[in-house]
Design a protein around this ligand. Structure first.
Ligand code: IFM
Length: 411
């Protein structure tokens, strides 16, 4: 039996674009129209059904919920902020508060307003100012009801998918642009962090807890020889810690532009170099024959022990850590529960080793729109029938609920 501390945050995460539906002012929406890829359409109609969804979360013992605000709803045209949409998010957050569920609010989760992208998006330096103006508007309005904020979700994933691999809008394949975007996202986070703290002071509120949600992977050398060990080390430094370090220690005074570290963890990457070369160091992966393991329905390796290593590595920053996403897409709900249970065991083990873990948010509360993969991957604790929009609570959700309600994980 494993016991988690009192006050631990338990819940699930979503993002606006993936669940709300009809986000017609977002760049993704525009891209879907022309890319021949999947259309998000009405998604889960969570924009309409959020109260019912939160009732389900409540019944499952969740005391925290991560959601995102869709920038393109709040500022559909440059500089024109929508009071109506702000009121919607205000109601959403209040609906959580009424159910004693702590809101954890993300400000940027992959999507941008169309007007912003048309002006060059995150490649341009002025993106930082635009983002700050939006943060200012939202924070002033919601500060009284929100303590936890994520400024930017998975900056490294956003950069790699949208600017290096070119599989997400704006479908660029340019290292130069990727560097600009990284620079601007880091500056945007740091400036937003300062601004938001200032707003809380002005409003005489207790300080907020602000972070990014950093996607982290276990990089496992297929063979423990020098070149594979080196490549795994390098990938960990660049992919897991590169962006994080820019904001955890962003100047010589080691001023921290983070109040906690949000970690999104899903999988491992098997590092197996075909030869020693720069692209190989960055990219070569093994096919898993040497180290087989179970996989999710997108083919990602299931590797719970990797989370343990990732968490221990974060200890040196001396900050609390929250699992802001961890989850599996699978048609096999038993596998989902095994996945959750195994990851919780490693989280607990890391806590015993001194990692200050404050919460665990499963991805996702419900099945949703998995970006360029459409609706097929099923990540949800709650299943969605996309014809009727009926919600079905999965067995794994009920097993997880027992942990959420008691803080105890039975063996
Ligand atoms: O669905 C995504 C989410 O938007 C960001 N983190 C990973 C999830 C699963 O791919």
């Amino acid at each position: 039996m494993i016991k988690f501390p009192q006050g631990f945050l338990w819940g699930a995460a979503t993002s606006a674009y993936q669940v709300e539906g009809n986000n017609a002012n977002a760049d993704w929406w525009e891209w879907e129209k022309n890319s021949g890829r999947f259309r998000s359409g009405r998604a889960c109609r969570h924009y309409e059904f959020y109260k019912r969804d939160f009732d389900l979360a409540k019944s499952l013992g969740h005391n925290a919920h991560r959601l995102s605000i869709e920038w393109s709803r709040i500022e559909p045209r440059e500089g024109k902020f929508s009071r109506r949409e702000l009121k919607h998010y205000f109601d959403v957050i209040l609906a959580l508060r009424k159910r004693n569920i702590e809101p954890i609010v993300t400000l940027h989760h992959f999507t941008n307003p169309i007007w912003f992208s048309k002006q060059g998006g995150w490649v341009k330096r002025r993106s930082v100012g635009y983002f700050l103006r939006y943060c200012d508007f939202v924070t002033r309005s919601l500060a009284r009801y929100v303590r936890y904020w994520i400024t930017i979700n998975e900056p490294t994933i956003y950069i790699s998918h949208a600017y290096i691999m070119g599989v997400w809008p704006p479908q660029e394949k340019s290292y130069l642009k990727a560097i600009e975007v990284e620079e601007n996202l880091a500056s945007a986070h740091i400036a937003a962090f300062r601004l938001m703290h200032k707003i809380y002071k002005e409003l005489k509120l207790d300080g907020p807890y602000i972070s990014i949600a950093q996607n982290m992977m276990a990089f496992v050398p297929g063979k423990r020889d020098l070149k594979n060990l080196f490549a795994a080390y390098l990938r960990d430094r660049v992919y897991n810690l590169g962006f994080l370090e820019r904001i955890v220690r962003h100047n010589i005074l080691r001023y921290k532009a983070m109040d906690f570290i949000g970690v999104n963890y899903y999988s491992r990457q098997l590092v197996e170099l075909k030869k020693f070369g720069i692209p190989n160091l960055a990219m070569d992966v093994g096919d898993g024959r040497r180290h087989p393991c179970e996989r999710n329905s997108l083919g990602w390796d299931i590797y719970p022990e990797g989370l343990y290593g990732v968490l221990l590595e974060l200890k040196k920053y001396g900050l609390p850590v929250m699992i802001t996403e961890n989850g599996i897409c699978t048609p096999d709900d038993n596998l989902r529960w095994n996945y959750i249970r195994a990851h919780l065991k490693y989280i607990h083990r890391a806590m015993k080793k001194g990692v200050n873990l404050t919460g665990y948010l499963y991805w996702s509360l419900m099945d949703n729109f998995e970006w360029d993969k459409g609706f097929a991957p099923r990540f949800g604790l709650i299943g969605i029938d996309y014809k009727t929009y009926r919600r079905t609570v999965r067995k794994s959700a009920r097993k997880f609920a027992r942990v959420c309600k008691t803080g105890v994980l039975e063996d």
